[in-house]
Design a protein around this ligand. Structure first.
Ligand SMILES: [Zn+2]
Length: 433
């Protein structure tokens, strides 16, 4: 009964958040493609729909087919990325492996925090090994096939191992804290666990730009005044006291163009990657950086943490309810004795994975609305609608340009190329008047 209520709450959250976000973002959705496309003449008004279609028509059909196929393949990967670990977690429970990993950790030492850490390390390494084939396909083979990867297998594997090491270390610290809480507060652990997880997530967001990101890429200050100065001028005009713009050597891993804002409480950085620098004009770079400044000025990092806090608290409430039912039903069979038992971790992982999978459209909608806001901010700040449209076409290397509204609603964490170009052309039309 309780589980049904929790599920209802989750679905309510997903279905409430998603359409609200969708309606908010709907300004980005242009009228249907079938609307009549008037040909432009000097005397006629600039038609944003025709201009959008003209930009979309610039992409050759074979290139469009390729990027559509890549992006649509990603829809299925959402499902496999859920199913593969879910099967592994169920296997660990039903074969008694999880109980054996716990017994091993408990034999090595008397100290409970060390038990937790040892169990976590075994769990993460084993899970990573068992889902490794999917990881290789998704992260390496598929990226190579579509010409998006620049790494050979060795360096790629090196990055994966670094990630795994970080997962063992940082995840281990979180697990030690969480299991400490579950042992001491058997009734209220879910509240305190949610708070501890939030503090941890905020801590990671704080240190990531300074200590984690440099493990995978080099970040240097952008020195070229022809590019840096207009960016810093735009930053000053929008109340951002940035002294530097950072360049990430993303070409070490891929050909994707990208820029982002990371960090908070003083570790904020506006970063553009070297692919963007190599492949885009100054006007295009300005339009991208206008977008990134929008994230910064509109406090998207802080708002994201607030959104995340709701997700985490509801997630922990769900964990508690759902796990109690599972312990009653299968606890004996799995040799798992309750929430404080380390061997229950695959069950918690399975429940959280399911929770996040169900909420995927809500996350996408949340993100897409913020991205749309940043687009509008960027248009007003950079005043480069045509450069914006050109960049949107370049992003089509890895994002389907012209999806159906349902596809965009479910799967897009950024507005589609069509929506973004239309927003730019609409801005242009209004400013030509
Ligand atoms: Zn963005």
């Amino acid at each position: 009964m309780h589980r049904r209520i929790v599920f209802l709450v989750l679905f309510a959250v997903a279905t409430v958040l998603a359409p609200v976000a969708f309606l908010k973002g709907q300004g980005a959705t242009p009228p249907a493609q079938t609307e009549s496309i008037s040909t432009l003449s000097a005397t006629e008004q600039f038609d944003p729909i025709a201009a959008t279609n003209a930009y979309l028509a610039k992409v050759p059909p074979d290139k469009k087919a390729k990027s559509d196929a890549y992006f649509e393949g990603g829809y299925w990967l959402i499902l496999w990325d859920f199913l593969a670990p879910a099967i592994v977690f169920l296997l660990l429970l039903s074969t008694g492996w999880s109980a054996r990993m716990r017994d091993l950790a408990e034999r090595i030492t008397r100290f409970k925090p060390v038990h937790t850490f040892l169990y976590w390390a075994q769990f993460l390494v084993l899970t990573s090994l068992l889902t490794f084939p999917l990881g290789v396909y998704e992260g390496y083979i598929r990226e190579q096939k579509y010409g998006l990867a620049t790494q050979t297998f060795g360096p790629w594997l090196g990055d994966q191992l670094k990630g795994l090491g970080l997962g063992v270390l940082l995840g281990g610290l979180l697990m030690v804290a969480l299991y400490g809480i579950v042992r001491r507060l058997p009734r209220t652990w879910w509240i305190w666990g949610a708070i501890a997880s939030l503090v941890f997530a905020a801590f990671i967001a704080l240190i990531a730009p300074v200590f984690i990101a440099p493990l995978f890429n080099k970040y240097t200050r952008l020195e070229d005044p022809a590019i840096r100065d207009p960016i810093l001028s735009m930053a000053r005009a929008n109340g951002i006291s940035a002294q530097d713009v950072f360049v990430q050597d993303a070409s070490r891993q891929s050909t994707r163009i990208s820029a982002f804002v990371t960090g908070f409480l003083g570790t904020e950085r506006i970063v553009l990657n070297d692919n963007l620098l190599k492949r885009c004009s100054v006007a295009e770079i300005e339009s991208v950086m206008g977008h990134e400044m929008g994230h910064y000025v509109m406090h998207h990092v802080y708002k994201g943490l607030m959104f995340f806090s709701i997700v985490i608290v509801l997630g922990f409430a769900f964990l508690r309810r759902a796990s109690e039912g599972a312990f009653r039903r299968w606890g004996e069979k799995w040799r798992v004795h309750g929430a404080s038992d380390l061997a229950a971790l695959p069950l918690f992982a399975l429940l959280i994975l399911t929770y996040l999978f169900v909420l995927t459209p809500a996350f996408n909608n949340y993100s897409r609305v913020e991205e749309y806001e940043a687009d509008i901010f960027g248009l007003n700040a950079a005043r480069q609608p045509d450069a914006e449209a050109e960049v949107d076409l370049k992003l089509a290397d890895y994002r389907k340009l012209d999806p159906s509204p349902l596809e965009e609603y479910l799967f897009y964490d950024h507005p589609s190329g069509r929506a973004r170009i239309y927003a730019a052309m609409r801005w242009k039309a209004e400013h030509l008047k």
